[in-house]
Design a protein around this ligand. Structure first.
Ligand code: HMG
Ligand code: MG
Length: 307
């Protein structure tokens, strides 16, 4: 008798490298390189690319070219281009830039909310309200990210109740999708399942996304654990780019190449071409002057040069 839980047959991968990946990059990355990266990723077949962030350039200088990037990228049919929008100023910029989806981002931790967006959780929800209404009025998709759902760099443990509370508030704003984010990469598989199950008791399971940073090397295991409880959307960053400017020591998101390699092996459909993701990873790593952080990406690239 097979007692293993059934895994989803297909999964949506949201490629967040151009935003979450590059936002923390200390060296300036030109708009031309960002544009080329987004276009290469779109050609690889991602249904959703987080391409821009309309936040204060004083807070996150690397994202200051977001409007330029969004204006220049060739829009591929079937690809949703998303942008972070912390307030109405960000929303107006995202609308002008023809984003298909706007992303409001809050936190399950009070301390992180203050550090990241300079206000309390309650104040952030009040700020998101007009953004949510405007997104609906303009027919844009609305996504929310819940940071520090598994732990906070400032306050430590974060309770399941705190996660459920913010997920419920985001649901009430009319979000189409809600990301449960491990900002500092501390989660382990059983904890992941508990948080995901609790989020799924508050919001539709097929609208919940796993956003795992790989700081402690647990991200792939946490994705597998999330698959076991039926999560079907995951974020990943090509070449494992990134970190969070307000979570010291946090490394990048789980590398996209590693996630797709695992999903391919599990027979789970993503619609994304791994070879083209590897190419995109080599491109951005070369531009940044360092080796990419994806184990699968590096292995596949080495295999190619050894042929
Ligand atoms: P604030 O200082 O509280 O806002 O910042 P304010 O309304 O008082 O405005 C202050 C200044 O910022 C003004 O400019 C505004 O014009 C400007 P000044 O008059 O001083 O010249 N401003 C803006 N400029 C451009 N675009 C805007 C905007 N809003 C205000 N949208 C704010 C509040 C949220 C804007 C600020 O704290 C901020 O930008 N923070 C950056 C947060 C951020 O980008 N964090 C990283 C992304 S989240 C993340 O990575 C987590 C995630 O990956 C999930 C996970 O892993 O956890 C999603
Ligand atoms: Mg993140």
């Amino acid at each position: 008798m097979n007692t293993q839980p059934a895994l989803p047959k297909s999964v949506k991968i949201v490629e967040v490298g151009p935003r979450d990946g590059l936002q923390n990059e200390p060296q300036w990355v030109s708009a031309a390189v960002k544009i080329e990266l987004v276009e290469r990723l779109a050609r690889a077949g991602f249904p959703n690319i987080e391409a821009a962030s309309f936040v204060s350039p004083k807070w996150v200088p690397q994202m200051a070219s977001s409007a330029e990037v969004m204006a220049a990228i060739e829009r591929r049919p079937g690809t949703m281009y998303s942008a972070l929008t912390p307030n109405m100023q960000g929303f107006d910029a995202a609308l002008a830039a023809r984003a298909g989806e706007v992303v409001i981002f809050g936190s399950a931790s009070e301390a992180f909310s203050q550090k990241n967006i300079n206000c309390s959780i309650a104040a952030s929800i009040a700020r998101f309200e007009p953004v949510a209404q405007a997104a609906k009025a303009h027919g844009l998709r609305l996504r929310a990210s819940v940071s520090c759902a598994f732990g906070c760099p400032y306050q430590g443990a974060v309770s399941l109740d705190a996660v459920a509370d913010v997920v419920g508030r985001m649901r009430d704003l009319g979000c189409d999708e809600i990301d449960i984010a491990d900002t500092i990469g501390v989660a382990t598989p059983r904890h992941t399942q508990a948080v995901m199950a609790r989020a799924a008791a508050t919001f539709r399971l097929d609208g919940i996304a796993g956003h795992f940073h790989d700081t402690y090397g647990q991200a792939l295991a946490n994705i597998y654990a999330s698959l076991e409880v039926g999560v079907q959307i995951f974020h990943a960053s090509v070449a494992g780019l990134g970190g969070c400017p307000y979570a010291k020591g946090a490394t990048g998101n789980v590398a996209t190449e590693d996630v797709i390699y695992m999903l391919n092996g599990l027979g789970i459909h993503t619609g994304v071409d791994l070879d083209q993701v590897v190419e995109a990873g080599l491109f951005i790593s070369e531009q940044l002057g360092r080796k990419g952080a994806s184990r699968a990406g590096n292995a596949l690239a080495a295999k190619r040069t050894n042929l």
